[in-house]
Design a protein around this ligand. Structure first.
Ligand SMILES: Nc1ncnc2c1ncn2[C@@H]1O[C@H](COP(=O)(O)OP(=O)(O)OP(=O)(O)O)[C@@H](O)[C@H]1O
Length: 249
């Protein structure tokens, strides 16, 4: 529960209800600084809900979420945390540079930040292109570029590699590690298990629960599995929650 300088995010007993469903029911975890943390789990397990809670845009029913020592959603965190949602959140009728220029002025980030984030996301050749004419992968890189403005200390990225070709995916993972190398803490969700090996640590989630919080190598060692997908299945077999629930009902 302690907030040490090595800790980016501390979650304690987080409970979230969405509609009638309790999506998270007492979830606790700690996310270290300066690492790429993968959040993996099947569709609907609660990854986006957890990310929304960290960013401070999710109404929570209980527990605490502390980011960089402050309560999630605090005004003081606005410039310290970047969030990229699953759907690109940039303006179609503006060029790449115009979009970034708009978000830069909203954030009050330095002017030369625009060139830095264009370069980091390899969008130089598209800077003057209207977003409406970009490919899906280019468009999601514009969202990522916008999230990098102002050099946030924490980056929360919801499935940033969906729909990207393998080369681009490798580029993005390299970028994530470069950012972590200069101290940024990244939480990256994916339901593609083979991306797990690219993370420094993994959070494996199922039905709103964290089944494992491990390094990729530690996870394989703990389960005796040869790949992350098999490790995940082995963990599910050890946590037969659906059977217990069925028995209660
Ligand atoms: N407004 C809502 N009302 C009712 N249920 C909801 C609502 N929003 C989300 N849920 C449910 O909450 C659960 C968790 O959703 P969440 O979006 O966090 O999952 P996810 O792990 O991010 O899934 P995906 O990988 O498909 O994006 C899902 O079962 C979803 O159907």
């Amino acid at each position: 529960m302690m907030n040490s300088p090595d800790t980016a995010i501390v979650i304690d007993g987080l409970r979230v209800r969405r509609g009638k469903k309790v999506v998270l029911d007492g979830l606790s975890l700690t996310i270290p600084r300066g690492q790429v943390i993968g959040l993996l789990g099947p569709s609907g397990c609660g990854k986006t809900t957890l990310m929304r809670s960290i960013v401070g845009v999710q109404k929570i029913a209980g527990g605490t979420v502390t980011v960089l020592g402050d309560v999630a959603g605090s005004a003081s965190l606005r410039h310290r945390i970047g969030y990229v949602t699953q759907s690109a959140s940039v303006y179609d009728d503006l060029t790449v540079r115009q979009n970034l220029s708009y978000f830069r002025s909203v954030l009050g980030a330095p002017k030369d930040d625009i060139d830095r984030v264009i370069e980091a996301t390899d969008l130089g050749a598209h800077a003057s292109q209207l977003v409406s004419t970009l490919s899906g992968g280019e468009r999601s890189r514009v969202s990522l570029a916008a999230a990098l403005l102002g050099v946030p200390e924490v980056l929360v990225l919801d499935e940033p590699t969906v729909g990207l070709d393998p080369l681009l995916r490798v580029d993005l993972w390299n970028l994530f590690h470069r950012l972590a190398g200069v101290g940024t803490s990244l939480l990256v969700s994916s339901h593609v298990m083979d991306e797990a090996t690219r993370c420094d640590r993994l959070l494996l989630m199922r039905d709103g629960e964290i089944l494992a919080d491990e390094t990729p190598a530690g996870l394989l060692a703990a389960t005796g599995a040869l790949d992350t997908e098999s490790a995940f299945l082995a963990l599910i077999r050890r946590h037969p929650k659906h059977l217990e629930q069925g028995a209660e009902q």
